[in-house]
Ligand binder design. Sequence first.
Ligand SMILES: [Fe+2]
Ligand SMILES: [Fe+2]
Length: 359
Amino acid sequence: MNILVVDDDDLALEMLRHTLVRAGYQVETAANGREALAILRQGRARLVISDWEMPEMSGLELCRSIREGSFDGYIYVILLTSHSEPDEIVAGMSAGADDFIGKPFHAAELLVRIRAGARVLALETREMVIFALARLAESRDPETGHHLERVQSYSRVLAQRLAVMPEMSAEIDPELIRLIFLTSPLHDIGKVGIPDAVLRKPGRLNAAEFEIMKTHTTLGAETLDAALVRFPEARFLHVARNIAAAHHERWDGSGYPLGLAGEQIPLCARVVALADVYDALTTRRCYKEAYSHLVARSIIETDSGKHFDPRVVAAFLAAEEEFLAIQRRFSDRHEAPSFPPSGWSSSAGIQTHAVVTAG
Ligand SMILES: [Fe+2]
Ligand SMILES: [Fe+2]
């Protein structure tokens, strides 16, 4: 990892550089804020250790310029300071500093604070990589728009509602809610392995094509299993894997790929299943118009205990306003919720539903 050290004092700069190089870091140096910004614009570092007091541009001003600028990803800033009064700390944080180190610095403290910063940067990188992978899978899929963002937000709302249900609270904690939000965009990652003739076919799939489409669940799970072999402790990979594998399973055991039923289906997948179907129902697809919220709700209610976990349906019914707000926030053009389709009845809805969930 590259670290940018900014100090107008040559001796202090050299001491910092020496400490960091000995700890195995690559170090860039700048004698003032302007030089520092030039280095950051070139993407040569994402963690900055800057002196607070410098002529021309102080550490505080450098922080502000970093937060106002647009860089490739987050820049983590540690200010070196002899200012440790609370109001000075507040000023530093308000300017956008992430952390402080007192002067003169202790090498061991400096290094643990750098590691804390590196963890923050790694989290952000992880989230960007996850979304980039999801986008890649989606880029081949014609039915997109803001599907990923909506499914992600619907899933979070459902998980939050479940977490406050007394019978569910043991199964779902804030970390799981966060991980469902983080990894739900990967639910269809296996679609990268589906041939174009099936994935991009305009209109309904025939039985043979549908069998091929179904394999996006196992393909996605296999991809994430391969990552799990290398990072078995990564809880987000487990959640992502379970969502990809089981988001088309149904509560009554009639889903795919394994025909799991009830609580055999991981909770995260039961949540994403409803979010994904709700979005498919309320947006236009090549084989159907967008249904209104009321039609979608009625279909989902009818399928409580069949397709969906009844408690996830209860969470949905408790969160209708939030669903509508998410729909408005991430609406795709031309997708104003419309009509009950002509001849629509509950069973017709489920027929559509079965095809809708093919993806
Ligand atoms: Fe989806
Ligand atoms: Fe899917």
